[in-house]
Design a protein around this ligand. Sequence first.
Ligand code: ADP
Ligand code: ADP
Length: 224
Amino acid sequence: MHIELKGVSKTYGSFKAVDNVSFAIERGKLIGLLGPSGGGKSTLLRILAGLETPDSGEIRINGKRVNDVAPQERGIGFVFQNYALFKHMSVYDNIAFGLTIRKASKAEIKSRVDELLELTGLRGFEKRYPHQLSGGQRQRVAFARALAPRPDLLLLDEPFAAIDAKVRKELRTWLKQLIATIGITSIFVTHDQDEAVEVADEMLIVQQGKLEQQGTPVEVYTQP
Ligand code: ADP
Ligand code: ADP
């Protein structure tokens, strides 16, 4: 999946949350979207997902303008920081959700959920409910749920921010392996520089709504 933003801006009242941002991303990369809190990272992510319409500029995913494509057909999966799992659904049903709403057959759902339980190391947990899981396990369910419909793009908004430091480190390593295994283009929002350096193939640095830098971690930290 190729992603391109051209001159994208978004204003809230008189406040420019995103200010004339342009960039392109190649298929299969894990992009770290880094910058201080309030810099516009989440807004940019929501615009990319078509959840928010920019005031100007355009976003093309594989050549198509994102807002011209129905949400379910955009091929985008999300993981947010605060789990946002369905509390009254088992792990199995949480993972199956995106397939159920697309009216996949029971057999299809079972085979895909099995695959994801394996991929996320959650086999044996399928009958549990979110409150019976640790924070790290819940986030792995969130990844499985996001990946179930086979998206082309995965948007991760501080997915490990609410998890304690030791588990967070394990999850980063796990995530890098997961992404490498499935080869999906991903954008990972964080305000943690170490985290971005550790997970990202390439970084986008956003500050006060502006894209300040784009490059590999080495390029970004060796250029003034
Ligand atoms: P980040 O993700 O980098 O922390 P955000 O994109 O969440 O930054 O926010 C950028 C700025 O835009 C912040 O100052 C925030 O308060 C403001 N903002 C974001 N969403 C809204 C909204 N819906 N209405 C008004 N202001 C908003
Ligand atoms: P984060 O810090 O994780 O990026 P925020 O707490 O800034 O998230 O924002 C959470 C939600 O509140 C977002 O959907 C954002 O659009 C909205 N929001 C943020 N700032 C404002 C604001 N000043 N006015 C209205 N909505 C806002």
